[in-house]
Write a protein that binds this ligand. Structure first.
Ligand code: PEP
Ligand code: MN
Length: 336
């Protein structure tokens, strides 16, 4: 349920309303926008008397929210959420960011070289996997804690904030100096992990599960936000369909649709969505045109020798070309 308040509501009446709602065991999410203040009620509102609330002097309207996601619902928070990653680097609400870097951290030389290259081309954040979720137990599993150390080194040299994936709650202490924690597609419904990330003071990049609906993605974001962490960035990375010509099927309609459902920023990962390097550029352009708040792109200094996802990785030169095209498209991107 949402309660839209009149302009400049009487503070005493507002306090009384809040106290009364809380006494019924409800959580309250206040959103102060430019045009109105909205109270989102979280919990079982079935016994709340809408007419009684509607009749209060300070109340403009009351509406039931049918969707099971509340905190992340745009009805609770009509304005775009801007996620600040570090001072000067934000995403959402008109702030566009490109996250780029190798699928996995492989060596000091590789991770530092690619960081310099993507920074030069205009990336705002640097990515690299230290803990890798691989389909085969025999495939390279990532450099793990050593990989995080190398990423932190690349961060120090390049000045770019870093994004890396967590796979297990017990590894979280290693992420202390990581700027954005990624939840990969395979962990989108690891609810214990999501709950833990709800108590962390760091932005979370939440990737859509391989076969998850948009509502399921938003319910996973809801888990994080219910714990108090409001800095969530959603990521469309392709879903599994009957088509096998591409690694996944990029669901681009998800971008403008999610924008109507939620206030959270949305980035698109054309690398995992296609699995094919030459498709990354057209899909990056299309995602930007569709109104994405950013992109996540895999870049490797020697894709042919990459230990993971070489076929979808761009060379630094190809990445710089994508950045130019994306910049050219941004002024005409769909804004809703
Ligand atoms: C990744 O971004 O490195 C990754 C493993 O992606 P996904 O979880 O989307 O498969
Ligand atoms: Mn990858």
């Amino acid at each position: 349920m949402i309660v839209v308040l009149k302009d400049n509501p009487d503070q005493k009446q507002l306090e009384n309303l809040v106290a009364w709602l809380k006494s019924m065991g409800l959580g309250i999410h206040m959103s102060e926008g430019q045009s109105s203040t909205i109270m989102g009620l979280i919990g079982d509102t079935s016994s709340v008397d809408m007419d009684l609330i509607n009749a209060l002097d300070i109340v403009e309207t009351v509406k039931r929210v049918q969707e099971p996601y509340k905190n992340v619902n745009r009805k609770f928070h009509p304005e775009d959420t801007v996620v600040e990653i570090v001072p000067g680097v934000s995403i959402g609400g008109g702030n566009f960011q490109v996250i780029a870097g190798p699928c996995s951290v492989e060596s000091e030389e590789q991770v530092c070289e690619v960081a310099e290259e993507v920074k030069k081309a205009g990336a705002g954040l640097y990515r690299g996997g230290a803990f890798k979720p691989r389909t085969s137990p025999y495939a390279f599993q990532g450099m793990r804690d050593e990989g995080i150390k190398l990423l932190l080194e690349a961060k120090e040299h390049s000045g770019l904030p870093i994004v890396t994936e967590v796979m297990d709650i017990s590894h979280l202490p290693l992420f202390e100096n990581v700027d954005v924690i990624q939840v990969g597609a395979r962990n989108m419904q690891n609810f214990e992990l999501l709950k833990e990330l709800g108590h962390i003071d760091k932005p979370i990049l939440l990737k859509r599960g391989l076969s998850s609906t948009l509502q399921e993605l938003l319910m996973s974001a809801e888990y994080i936000m219910a714990g108090g962490n409001e800095r969530i960035i959603l990521c469309e990375r392709g879903i599994r369909t009957f088509e096998t010509a591409t690694r996944n099927t990029l669901d681009l309609a998800a971008v403008p649709l999610l924008k109507t459902m939620t206030h959270l920023p949305i980035v698109v990962d054309p690398s995992h969505a296609t699995g094919i390097a030459h498709l990354v550029k057209p899909m990056a352009i299309a995602a930007t045109a569709a109104g994405a708040d950013g992109l996540m792109i895999e870049v490797h200094n020697n894709p042919a020798a990459a230990l993971c996802d070489g076929a979808q990785s761009l060379t630094p030169t190809a990445f710089a070309d994508v950045m130019k095209c994306v910049d050219a498209v941004r002024p005409v991107a769909y804004k809703g």
